[in-house]
Design a protein. Structure first.
Length: 185
């Protein structure tokens, strides 16, 4: 088995060091995901850039962003990101029933949010090969054509982190351990 380093700011390459330093400034610590990604400055920069775009340039609320992220995390079986994003949702005051639904892969009570969850699920499972009816259902729920593409941004964001965690077996940070998650068998 190939072992990947969990870098510190000091052990990271010159190109990754400022990126890890920015993570420490933002979170108060360097998340293990970022520390592993530091092996490839391109990956770490791409991840941080797309995360910033998803968080700050889409027309989605924090809850809607997390629905897209968590749906992908669950479908991709990413135990690290499920725990991390559960912690992010708790800090962001996402309703507990939404968090539970996303962790369990069950329907969200709010019909508009459920339409978004189902659409994000279809984008992931069908690899973007959607029918017009899939898009029309999302639009009928009150979302826009921009949302269709913002879901793709969120899906791409999660591919970067989920696949990294699968390949590197990223260890869970202590701060996320209380929200550990195991995929269904």
């Amino acid at each position: 088995m190939t072992n990947f380093s969990v870098h510190t700011i000091e052990t990271a390459s010159d190109d990754s060091q400022p990126l890890l330093d920015a993570s420490k400034q933002a979170y108060g610590f360097v998340p293990n995901l970022h520390a592993v990604m530091a092996e490839s400055p391109a990956l770490l920069e791409a991840y941080k850039t797309i995360a910033d775009i998803f968080d700050n340039k889409t027309n989605l609320s924090t809850t809607e962003q997390q629905i897209i992220a968590m749906t992908n995390n669950r479908l991709n079986g990413c135990t690290y990101c499920m725990a991390a994003h559960t912690s992010i949702m708790q800090a962001g005051k996402v309703p507990e029933d939404v968090i539970t639904s996303l962790r369990d892969g069950t329907a969200i009570a709010d019909p508009k949010l459920e339409a978004l969850r189902l659409f994000a699920e279809k984008v992931n499972l069908q690899r973007g090969w959607l029918d017009d009816g899939d898009i029309e259902e999302l639009l009928a729920a009150g979302y826009t054509k921009q949302t269709v593409f913002d879901v793709i941004v969120g899906t791409a964001y999660k591919v970067l982190s989920n696949y990294t965690n699968h390949i590197a077996s990223t260890p869970l940070d202590r701060g996320f351990a209380k929200n550990e998650w195991t995929p269904e068998a």
